[in-house]
Design a protein around this ligand. Sequence first.
Ligand SMILES: C[S@@+](CC[C@H](N)C(=O)[O-])C[C@H]1O[C@@H](n2cnc3c(N)ncnc32)[C@H](O)[C@@H]1O
Length: 193
Amino acid sequence: MAQQSWWSFFKAFLSDRQRIGAIAPTSTGVGRRMAQLGDIAHARNVVEFGPGTGPITAQILEALPADARMWAFEIHEPFVEHLRANITDPRFTVLAESAEHIRELRAREAPEGFDAIICSIPFSLLPPPVTSGILAAGAAALRPGGVFVALQYHPTYLKPIMREHFESVTGGWYPWNLPPTLLLSGRGSRHTN
Ligand SMILES: C[S@@+](CC[C@H](N)C(=O)[O-])C[C@H]1O[C@@H](n2cnc3c(N)ncnc32)[C@H](O)[C@@H]1O
């Protein structure tokens, strides 16, 4: 499956560079670190934005309590099919929709709000209004005390935009990935929860 993931990821990158945003899936170590930053081991309801072929998803599911639930928003149809074919975990649901639809998901499945959102959408390659729309929807869908964890390769782009949506934004570089990645955590929504 790993080799298949690399190939389908690279093909996806060639077909839609802007929205896929990377040539290869993220490393296991980054996924594990994002699961720690999201405190997934103590979560009940978790969302992933942009799971791709699922390398971060696998680490979230590894850390997630047995009775918790996880949803993932993915817009690239071959990735949706890949995830449906390869992840049979009953706690996991993939939604073939854009991340802003977390609003409807919250109303339907977790009115109290989500504990964590783990995101690897390549925001620096997307139009700014798309980024703002996704961050606003994500911030508003968290429960009080919930956290939005974002992976980015661009060193400076996302932090000031996250500050428009979250009261506190912290983070730093995770060097054990090629290329090194910036991991940012946003807490305290500036939007109505
Ligand atoms: C850099 S890839 C990350 C894939 C995977 N999480 C990984 O780390 O290897 C970005 C992913 O975000 C997805 N994506 C881009 N825009 C999206 C949106 N608006 N809603 C949901 N997924 C989106 C892309 O289809 C792609 O799968």
